[in-house]
Structure formats: C-alpha cells, structure tokens
Design a protein around this ligand. Structure first.
Ligand code: AMP
Ligand code: GLY
Length: 446
C-alpha cells in the first residue's frame, strides 16, 4: 500500500547522470538509461572513463574510475544529478564516499559497506551475525590451517582468496594438491596480510539476485544465472563470467521472497545496526542446495554479465530505481515492471582469456549483429587504435545480448549475433542457457 502523501509514480524528467566504470555492465546501465524517454527530452549521460561502445550513448571523460577526488570534481563540473558507480574497485576505494561528501547523489555503497564484497571473511562475519544461510567456512592464515580445513570438509575443495580478485580468486577442485597450491599462492601474494577462506562445497544450481538497497529498504530485481567457467559444460577455470540469462523459469516459487526475508533484509539491517548502512545493489550469489538456499557470495555492485540480461527486461525506468536508492526513498518506489521476454547474453572473450589475453585484434561485424531482431551488443574490453579501428583491449571483449519470446528464441538470436562478429582468436561458450531451455536444471533434494 502506498502511504498517503507519497508519490505513487516517481516523475521521470531528464537528468544528468555520470556512470563510472569501463565494462559491459556499465554499458548496459548507460544503454538502459539512454533508452528511457523522459517527457522533456533525453537524459544527459556521461561516463568515466567508459569505452568505445559507451561513447555511442554517452560523453566520455578520461578520468580514473578509482580516483574519488577526480570523479567528484568531474561530477561537480558536470553538475551531475546522479553518479552511478559500477565496479567494485572504485567502491572499495571510497569513490561513492567522496561523491556523497560533496553533496552529490550517488548510487553505490560506501567503502565500509562495500567490504561485504571486498573481504570474504567480513561478509561471513556479517552473515553469521544476521543469521544468513551460507557455506560453513574456516578463515586460514597459514598453509597448515588450510590443510586441516580441507581435510575437515573433504572433497570437492573450495579455496577463496580473501580479497578482491576479479572473479578469479576462487578454486573449486577435487585435487587436494591444487587446492593447497592455490592457498599457498594467495597467502604469499599478500604477505603478512594473507588470508584464505576454505569452505564446504555447495551442491546445486547457482542463481544471482540483485537487490537494490537504500540503507533500510530492499527491492529485488529478477533472478539471473551466470556461467562462470570458461568452457562448455562448466569445464576449465573460473572467469569473470561468460554469459547469462533471465528469467529463470525453473527456479522455485518464492525464491525471491526467501532471498529478501532470510538474506537481504537481515543483512541490510545488520549493516545499519553496525552504523555502516548498505545502499546500492547487494548482489546475492546463491546456491540452491539439497540442504536449502545458501549464499555463495555477496558483491556490492551489479553483476557482470547478469546485469546485461536483467536490465534488458526491466520496464521501469532504471533512473528512478537508482535515484530512489541514492535518495533513500526506495520505500516509495512503485512495484517494478518487467517484460515477459527472455534475455540471453553470450560473452565474446579474447584469445587466451582468462589466462594472458591477447589485445589489439580487430573487431568487425557489430553492426551486422545489431541489425538482427532483438540483438544489441555491449562493449567491455574494446579500444579504438591509432588507425581508428575497433580492437580488443581486454579479456571479456563484448556482451552479445538478445531478447526473445522464449529462451530458445533469445538463444538463437544471441548466437546469430555472435556469429556475425569477427574477432581473431576469440572464444565463447556455446551452451549459455542451453540446459534451462531444455528444462534440464533441477534443484537437488535432501
Ligand atoms: P565467489 O567469488 O565466492 O563467487 O566464487 C566464484 C565461484 O566459485 C562461484 O560462483 C561458484 O561457482 C564457485 N563457488 C564458490 N564457493 C563455492 C562453494 N562453497 N561451493 C561450490 N562452489 C563454490
Ligand atoms: N557475475 C559475477 C560477478 O559479477 O561477480
């Protein structure tokens, strides 16, 4: 029920928005904002530093995303109405704090609150205090402690670097020596500060739920599924994410309510109780295990590549959601509206990713891909070279996103889009959303 005097539908008027970051997630955010059509003209969109794809929809500024003073100065000069901080590194570095301190509305948590992502051991501590269901874990500072923890849980082994590692700090393996080797490396890399988390293995499919927060109120977006391993059939090492789809027709009824009641609201309440309220998006990474729903990880920002499919289906103007988070008025936001379409994102990665990836390869065919029904292409690791040609400049190069009436149609369109694009040496998974489309995903029962 909407309380008397509260605005039932937030007004949409053109605003100036600065999006911080360089990836396909930030491109998805800019793309969604650019598609809104406020009555009095389009929003004025800026990005720092952005990428060549974002440049088609926003003005780029060569500002380091992790430099809070520089981002704040830019926002001040632009007279931005809202700053949206995309990636984790600027959040952990306090960019949202700096912008907020200048009195500019910002979407994204403070550095203190972003520790939910920045430190896995901190996240575990908050989850324990809030009674949030998660994998049992041991925080270890020596190889001997790691060995004991591995033996206590048994195989498969899960070893996590405690700090930020761009999605690559986690090893899940049945090879005890490989688990120990990863722990040894992670401990050594951070010297005396070195800490790894050894966890019990969670069986069951993974789901990502993004929950928009304003320190008090939580508003869930629709769930998505991410594909973290580099190769088909979940083979090979973990990556930052090779594809995603949404919605999840196979997910149990009531999953989102459960996430709110047992995970997101208790976590936000616990953060507020500690005096470090969480505003922005709480990324709840879940495993639907035989023993119930468990948190695999928290992130303090939108997920990449899931954002690309979630925002492709959001009908409510994204700017109203982000601004309500920044203003602390999420309680007044009307229920979000969603398209009934399905969305699939296939990531095109450069030669060598997630190892040493090659850069400088020419990218062609994006226009052909975007000429296909329901397809749009979001940039991540791209650059324009001295000759003015688009080339690869990172591991995950493009997100090819398609919407369709059902998953089969969305998949077919996304893969037609991928086929239209040429990037020498590139690779992608061919099975994004395949199991879901074939109704082959089941949640294990005890
Ligand atoms: P994280 O960085 O914590 O999200 O972990 C990256 C990926 O490793 C997750 O998305 C899972 O696929 C896998 N993973 C992490 N923790 C576990 C666990 N306890 N059991 C099984 N798989 C896990
Ligand atoms: N999709 C995984 C992540 O954003 O961390």
């Amino acid at each position: 029920m909407v309380a008397a005097g509260r605005c039932a539908s937030p007004r949409l008027w053109p605003v100036k928005i600065l999006v911080v970051g360089t990836g396909a997630r930030e491109h998805a955010i800019v793309h969604a904002l650019a598609a809104e059509s406020p009555a009095d003209g389009a929003h004025e969109l800026h990005a720092a530093p952005g990428n060549p794809g974002i440049a088609r929809e926003a003005t780029l500024h060569a500002v380091d995303a992790t430099d809070g003073a520089a981002v704040t100065e830019l926002a001040r000069t632009l007279e931005a109405d809202l700053v949206v901080v995309g990636p984790e590194a600027p959040l952990v570095a306090g960019v949202a704090d700096a912008v907020a301190a200048a009195g500019i509305p910002v979407f994204g948590p403070t550095a203190e609150a972003a520790r939910l992502e920045g430190s896995k051991s901190f996240a575990k501590e908050v989850m324990a205090a809030a009674g949030v269901p998660t994998a049992m874990a041991h925080v270890c500072t020596t190889v001997e402690e790691v060995a004991d923890a591995l033996d206590a849980f048994g195989a498969p082994y899960v070893v996590k670097d405690d700090g930020l590692a761009a999605g690559k700090g986690v090893v899940v393996t049945s090879d005890r020596d490989a688990a120990l080797a990863h722990a040894r490396e992670a401990l050594a890399a951070r010297g005396d500060e070195g800490r790894v988390v050894v966890e019990e293995y969670l069986d069951g499919p993974e789901v990502s739920v993004f929950v928009i927060c304003d320190g008090v109120t939580v508003v869930p977006l629709q769930p998505a599924q991410d594909f973290k391993r580099v190769a088909d059939d979940d083979e090979g090492p973990n990556t930052g994410g090779m594809g995603a789809y949404s919605p999840l027709d196979w997910a149990p009824d009531g999953l989102v309510d459960e996430v709110i009641e047992r995970i997101a609201q208790p976590t936000v309440d616990e953060m507020a109780r500690r005096g470090t309220p969480f505003a922005g998006v709480l990324y709840v990474g879940l495993a639907l295990t035989s023993r119930g729903t468990r948190v695999v990880e928290f992130n303090a920002r939108f997920g990449d590549p899931e954002t690309q499919v979630v925002l492709a289906r959001l009908l409510t103007p994204l700017s109203t959601v982000l601004r309500a988070s920044a203003a602390g008025t999420l309680a007044d936001l009307p229920a979000l509206r969603w398209s009934s379409s399905h969305a699939v994102n296939v990531v095109v990665a450069s030669h060598g990713y997630p190892g040493t990836n090659r850069t400088g390869d020419p990218i062609t065919g994006i226009d052909d891909a975007e000429a296909l029904d329901g397809v749009h292409v979001l940039h991540a690791g791209t650059a324009v070279n001295a000759e003015g040609d688009l080339v690869s400049a990172g591991g995950r190069v493009l997100s090819v996103v398609a919407v369709g009436a059902d998953l089969d149609e969305a998949r077919a369109r996304a893969y037609d889009g991928v086929a239209a694009i040429a990037l020498p040496g590139s690779h992608h998974r061919t099975d994004i959303a395949a199991k879901a489309a074939a109704h082959e995903i089941t949640v294990p029962t005890a």
